[in-house]
Design a protein around this ligand. Structure first.
Ligand code: FMN
Length: 437
């Protein structure tokens, strides 16, 4: 019998490239929107047929030009989108993103608990502290990472308390009303009386995901997260991050396997290596040099324009990272690469940190992509992946219909669902913990 620990596999849900464009006046905006929702439901069902653990949706609450272009102007709230998807799927987990910097805990608890009920226990919460959008939420400037995480710690604690504050067993008559908990929480950032007006779910609370690997981010993840969506462009980065998070979790009394590292895996799968490479090339052909220089400057706080493309950059060229940096995780990754490799400007401008969110990029045939995922698994770098589709529909179909079965053949992924909640897929306990008082 094969006893290998299985991989956890999620898929980021996004839009396909529209086949007909509104600009050509062949369809109306409303038709385009309706078809984008239909497409995402179809992708969700396709992922469920492949028995994936969960769907994942990032979210930014700002009309940033890049995000607007990507979402074609309508970045539907992910929790609302998953509410619809929950009605067209049965088993797959639904991990939505919501920011502790912007949404107050009562509302967060209510929305996520509602999704938990709508989906029959399949909701998950990707807890973000956000790097964009503060101007839309009464902030004068982006708070430092330290303050954002302080708020995240308090917010998350309150959300978890609210989730169990009104036990469902009171409604069924198994518990007395004295089991209902008033929180009377008064902290540095929030005052919440409670209880929540959506009862606890019999299958337990939604698992917590987290993204952000600064020192504060790691401390938060080790204490709170069940899974981490990680930006790990290199194998060595993933090994270090996973080992560090696991040892931090143990120090604070958690079991080492309660923390699951799931790097973003940006994949381009082709019928041939050449087809995959061409998809990868085309996906980035539209990124101008200007955009690359801007992205690198934002990460490094130094303009690379003054250098020739062949000039070598070392750590001496870089200013120290300070607390006002946009995303410490992303900047630190690029700093690390420069320190280790002393690359040319041209090499820096083509890095994944500059071109696409610092994710691990995998390009090849289904065989090659499966092999690469297994290589990282065997190096103790990952507990699974959050797959980010790159390229055309072919790439996604090959990933779901060929890469996943190859992992299953090796005993590293399921052939059938054994549970129907996200907690079950993640191997978490599913017993309701609330007690009668
Ligand atoms: C892989 C990854 C994905 C993220 N996704 C989101 C997101 O969807 N929405 C958001 O507002 N912030 C997102 N963030 C930002 C983090 O929540 C966090 O604010 C940021 O990384 C700064 O934290 P740090 O100091 O730990 O790097 C993401 C960060 C990482 C590394």
């Amino acid at each position: 019998m094969n006893t290998r620990k299985q991989l956890l596999i999620g898929l980021t849900l996004g839009r396909r490239q529209p086949r007909v464009s509104v600009k050509d006046r062949q369809i109306t905006l409303e038709e385009e929107y309706a078809s984008s929702i239909k497409e995402q439901i179809e992708i969700a069902q396709q992922a469920e047929r492949a028995k994936l653990d969960f769907l994942f949706k990032a979210d930014y609450v700002v009309a940033h030009p890049t995000f607007m272009k990507k979402s074609k102007g309508i970045a539907t709230d992910p929790t609302l989108l998953f509410s619809i998807i929950s009605q067209y799927t049965e088993k797959i987990g639904l991990v939505t993103t919501a920011s502790t910097s912007f949404v107050p805990p009562y509302l967060l608890a209510r929305q996520l608990q509602s999704l938990q009920w709508l989906s029959g226990g399949r909701a998950g919460w990707n807890v973000v502290t956000s790097i964009e959008g503060f101007e839309n939420f009464s902030y004068e400037e982006r708070p430092t990472s330290k303050i954002r995480y302080e708020k995240a710690v308090e917010c998350t604690r309150v959300v978890k308390q609210l989730w169990t504050s009104y036990p469902h067993k009171v409604i069924t008559g198994e518990y007395s009303e004295s089991s209902i908990e008033v929180l009377n929480h008064k902290g540095s950032h929030f005052a919440v009386k409670g209880p929540l007006n959506v009862i606890s779910h019999p299958k337990g609370t939604p698992p917590l995901f987290q993204a952000g690997a600064s020192d504060e981010g790691r401390a938060f993840a080790a204490a709170n997260a069940d899974a981490i969506f990680a930006a790990t462009p290199e194998l060595s980065v993933a090994i270090e991050l996973r080992a560090d998070l696991r040892s931090r979790a143990v120090v604070i009394g958690r079991h080492v396997d309660e923390i699951r590292l799931l790097p973003g895996c940006y994949f381009f799968v082709g019928n041939t290596k050449e087809e995959a490479e061409e998809m990868h090339r085309q996906a980035h052909a539209h990124i101008t040099m200007e955009q690359k220089y801007n992205a690198a400057e934002e990460l490094l706080r130094v303009s690379l324009r003054e250098f020739a493309l062949t000039d070598v950059i070392t750590e001496e060229t870089l200013p120290p990272l300070d607390s006002t940096i946009r995303s410490r995780t992303h900047s630190e990754l690029l700093y690390l690469y420069i320190e280790k490799n002393h690359p040319t400007v041209e090499e820096i401008l083509s890095r994944t940190e500059v071109m696409h969110s610092a994710h691990w990029v995998v390009v090849g045939t289904a065989e090659e992509v499966a092999k690469e995922i297994i290589r990282w698994y065997e190096a103790d770098a990952i507990d699974g992946i959050i797959a980010v589709p790159g390229g055309s529909d072919i790439s996604l179909t090959l990933f779901l219909e060929q890469v996943i079965p190859k992992l299953a053949e090796q005993g590293l992924f399921r052939n059938e669902y054994t549970g129907s909640t996200l907690r079950e897929h993640l191997g978490m306990d599913t017993q309701y913990k609330g007690e009668d008082k």
